[in-house]
Write a protein that binds this ligand. Structure first.
Ligand code: NAP
Length: 409
């Protein structure tokens, strides 16, 4: 593969995808970009931790620096150059920092564009509690969920027309003429597609994850009582794929009580909840929820709300996963007002790296990082965001990461 303005490192090997499985060498080449704003602070800090955890577990990463966002615009005249997309496609697993959505830059959002071009159809966010992190919950230690949010459809598919535009008026006229549906003429119009194909592959990934990680249940979250043919269908297709592809490993909640006397006996329980109810249940009955699968918009809201339960944006890792490909990013954005101040919390980016290690099959290195972060925070060494709530020894981004490195192993 030829790149226009970047070169892959000379050492290291490619991650391959063979027969539906990732083949990860001990010295993989991994593309990364810092992105905008505080990406410049948190990505180098995270890489310092990742390099050391890899070294301590007998591995080495050859980082391949690529560009997106403002940096890319300066070099390529383009916020998302082909070099960057091609590098991710070729090397399969990448680490990214946050990207500011450029105003008038020709993209709705660079993040959404990356997910769509590479068909990274699942946004996967683990939500778990690290001891010592301030939380608004009485029992934050009960939180241990993984959210699988569909990444390509729903109202995020970008099909919408401005109020008063020719297109919006045409759609309104069409609906009136063909279906007798009345929509006010001064309406903007958005389309919410939810397909069987995209739903089933997402729910399938969630169930597969639950099986491989000895989880207890997968909850399908939807608003099917109101939106029957989109959200309701999401629920029905979710149950269908569980039955069709994992019939011997899953049971429904009804079967659990009717046939199994409430004891799942090693099977994954598939249940569903209506989204609004789910928002209160993750607070009131936290430990009943484990792996969650949901459409795009519900997933966006739910994952930020769930992240807030265990310490907020500075802590929460995330990823975008497709078939044999993953781009790892923290939940937070570029927080431009803190750029270059060595101030913000690098934990979210560090734990994003730990999540990437888990995806590579490096569970030992991943656990080592999580424990080191926990140890660091418990010892009272914190950045400003946690210091605001619990005080302690206030440090900058780099110093926090250095302390995590000291706590590894
Ligand atoms: P944001 O960048 O996530 O920042 C919102 C607030 O969250 C910050 O002001 C700060 O709160 C806190 N915060 C975020 N990251 C933190 C960290 N690492 N450590 C400590 N505190 C942290 O959200 P935004 O201001 O709405 O968005 C800014 C830009 O980022 C926008 O252009 C948006 O489109 C983009 N964005 C990108 C992504 C992505 O790349 N995936 C995701 C979300 C947003 P305090 O001010 O209270 O300290």
């Amino acid at each position: 593969m030829k790149f226009e303005k970047v070169s892959p490192p000379e050492s290291g090997e490619k991650i391959k995808y063979i027969d539906g499985e990732l083949k990860v060498p001990e010295n993989p080449i991994i593309p990364y970009f810092e992105g905008d704003g505080i990406g410049k602070d948190v990505v180098p800090a995270a890489i310092m931790v990742l390099n050391e955890a890899a070294r301590l577990t007998g591995r080495e990463i050859s980082w391949f620096k690529v560009y997106a966002g403002e940096d890319a615009f300066k070099i390529y005249g383009n916020y998302l150059p082909d070099d960057t997309i091609n590098a991710i496609r070729e090397y399969r697993v990448a680490l990214k920092g946050p990207l500011t959505t450029p105003v008038g830059g020709g993209f709705r959002s660079l993040n959404v564009t990356i997910r769509q071009i590479l068909d990274l159809y699942a946004n996967v966010r683990p939500i778990y509690y690290l001891k010592g992190v301030p939380s608004p919950l009485k029992h934050p230690e009960k939180v241990d969920m993984v959210i699988f949010r569909e990444n390509t459809e729903d109202v995020y598919s970008g099909i919408e027309w401005k109020e008063g535009s020719e297109e919006a008026l045409k759609v309104i006229r069409f609906l009136a003429d063909e279906f007798g549906v009345n929509i006010r003429k001064d309406s903007g119009i958005g389309i919410k597609p939810i397909s069987e194909f995209a739903t089933k592959r997402l729910v399938k990934m969630a169930i597969k994850y639950a099986i491989e990680n000895n989880r207890e249940s997968v909850t399908i979250v939807h608003k099917g009582n109101i939106m029957k043919y989109t959200e309701g269908a999401f629920r029905d297709w979710g149950y269908e794929v569980a039955r069709e592809e994992f019939g011997d490993k899953t049971i429904t909640e009804t079967e659990l009580w009717e046939n199994y006397d409430g004891k799942a006996e090693g099977k994954i329980v598939i249940k569903d909840r209506i989204a609004d109810n789910m928002f209160q249940q993750i607070l009131t009955r936290t430990d009943e929820y484990d792996v969650l699968a949901m459409p795009n918009l519900n997933g966006d809201y739910m994952s930020d709300a769930a992240a807030a339960m265990v310490g907020g944006l500075g802590i929460a890792p995330g990823s975008n996963i497709g078939d044999g490909m993953g781009v790892f990013e923290p939940i937070h954005g570029s927080a431009p007002k803190y750029t270059g101040q060595n101030k913000v919390n690098p934990t979210a980016e560090i734990l994003t790296g730990a999540l990437m290690f888990e995806y590579l099959g490096w569970k030992d290195a991943s656990e080592m990082i999580k424990k080191a972060v926990e140890r660091t925070i418990q010892s009272g060494t914190v950045t400003y965001d946690l210091h605001r709530h619990i005080g302690g020894n206030l440090v900058g981004t780099k110093e926090f990461a250095e302390e995590v490195v000291r706590n590894l192993g």
